[in-house]
Design a protein around this ligand. Sequence first.
Ligand code: CAA
Length: 440
Amino acid sequence: MTAVGIDAVEIWTGNLKLDLPGTFAPQKGEDPEKYTKGLGLHSSSFPDSYEDIVTMGANAAHRLMERKGLEPDDIGRIDVATESAFDNSKPVSTYVAGCLEQVFDGDFHHANKGERKFACIAGTQSLDDAYNWIKAGRNRGRGALVIATDTALYARGDAGEATQGAGAVAMYISEDPDLVELSGEQGYGSADETDFLKPNQQFPSVDGKRSVQVYLARMREALEDFKSVTEPLHPDDFAYVPFHTPFPGMVRKAALLGYRNMVRDTSIEDELADEIGRQPRSEAFDDEEAYRDAVREYMDALKETDRYQEWYDATIDPTLTVSRNVGNWYTGSVHVARVSALKHALEEGHDVAGKRLLVGSYGSGAQAEIHAETVQDGWKEEIEALNVDEQLEERYDLDWEDYEEIHDAHNHEMDVDVEELTTPEAEFVFDGWGRMGERK
Ligand code: CAA
């Protein structure tokens, strides 16, 4: 069976940066540690006035195609995943293709284009679509370009404002991939939820506290579902566990839930029994609240064990390094977490070829997906070729006045024009609604 998976990845960050402890916290009258320790965020990426989901997506795809020597004829499918779309009819992928046709020989007339929507999980759903398309043998030797691009902006003053972000992740999905092979098995947790919505509006209506609970509930269901189709899950089977990361504090909660779920009925639960007891079983409780309290108590104790801390430091913390400095990229977020983990492996000199990743994707509304991936031999060259640190370093640091102005400039309901804060160089720039980006 031919391996199918992610052959290459590229990241494009919004060109501006908002410092959370230094600039945001004083304006909000909050303790900076609420952001750095509580949410786990230090800064977020923000789009300059000439950047939008098309330009960031096209810039990421352009870098990827150029680096891999890909021509339009190599690509049979372009899917854009976004929850920041501006057109209910024409997909963002058509604009991205239009941008790329300005610089590559040939065109994408042969390519099947689309747009995937299910909040942040749409990026992973697009990967699944590409995988299925190739496995079905409908690709005629071509690969698929999957682009996850979002401007994750909230209304000013919304609790979500601290978790904003903007950026794009482009991925090339093919046979015999260089980066990771995707497995054909998934677990899902899905339910009709209304905690995070954008009904024909630019900024989301969010019940933030509830959204955290919904994320955890769907992730737990997805893990259970995944366990039903795979070998018993053991936490030490995975080199890294990248989760959807709206902010790192959310992943702290998801990781503990995942670990508890994975160690249930394993030798790890036995080994920890003397120290913290065994996991409560619902059958032993008549009262649901008492059961929930017992679970909470067990989780609090589990979190403090050396065994859990070591697992968290080795498999979860490395997935958060980039996210801490870019905020939420919605559809791109879990794919940034994968890059962050592999970047850590490269920097630490770990050879992770052949090792497995357990990937937890999530989208509000709400659905979680768990799947496994196997790192491929070419991973090192792929990750070495990225310039994530340089991109983050080169962002323009916003002061509060700049931030307010640029937020207004991106607000579709305001008619505000602001000067560009950075100078675009060899990149696509926003050229007016309904038009494609022009290459500067
Ligand atoms: N020092 C250290 N920690 C501090 C602190 C301080 N001085 N002050 C507060 N904290 C901690 C709090 O204890 C809390 O941690 P715990 O949750 O572990 O208890 C954390 O910092 C955040 O504090 P608050 O809960 O008081 O923060 P808030 O209410 O202002 O905002 C939020 C939190 C509701 C999640 C808000 O950021 C939000 O609405 N975000 C947008 C929605 C979101 O991202 N939801 C996540 C799940 S949905 C999803 O994943 C889809 C998606 O991408 C949007």
